[in-house]
Design a protein around this ligand. Structure first.
Ligand code: AMP
Ligand code: ZN
Length: 138
């Protein structure tokens, strides 16, 4: 299941060279070309899924343990103090390549802020209305 014009399908298949950190029958893990921090990795399934709403259960089961393993390896191998798992879905959420991928971003104490937001405010009524709208759509 791949998409002909998808760059991440081509990279995952090894048709376009990449700095590969890990590969198995389901995934290729590469270094991001524009790293947020040194060691910024992308987990690419070899099958094409546009985003997290499309991934199959086998991919879903394996992606998080792999991300955890890569994060632990970054701590050991690069000496980072923590790591972020980031996974964007849709252009509104910052997704620029429409092939599901998970970012594993090493973080060092005192390093730049990468994943941050300003906490907003909602009344209890607004929260309940919001929760109900999501609940009813499940
Ligand atoms: P996203 O914004 O979640 O879709 O992330 C896409 C990521 O892919 C960005 O961090 C890009 O720097 C990275 N990227 C795009 N093209 C390539 C490529 N050919 N090789 C490695 N990373 C890439
Ligand atoms: Zn693809």
């Amino acid at each position: 299941m791949r998409k002909d014009d998808c760059i991440f399908c081509k990279i995952a298949a090894g048709e376009i060279p990449s700095a590969t950190v890990y590969e198995d029958e389901r995934f290729r893990v590469i270094l991001d070309l524009g790293p947020a921090q040194k060691g910024h990795m992308l987990i690419l399934p070899k099958d094409h899924f546009a985003d997290v709403t499309e991934i199959d259960s086998v991919t879903a089961v394996h992606v998080l343990p792999l991300a955890a393993r890569l994060g632990a390896a970054a701590k050991k191998g690069l000496g980072c103090d923590g790591f972020n798992l980031v996974q964007n879905n849709g252009p509104a959420a910052g997704q620029t390549v429409m092939h599901f991928h998970m970012h594993v971003i090493p973080r060092w104490d005192g390093g730049p802020e990468i994943v941050a937001w300003t906490p907003g405010e909602q009344t209890a009524e607004e929260r309940e209305e919001t929760a109900a709208a999501i609940r009813e759509a499940l």
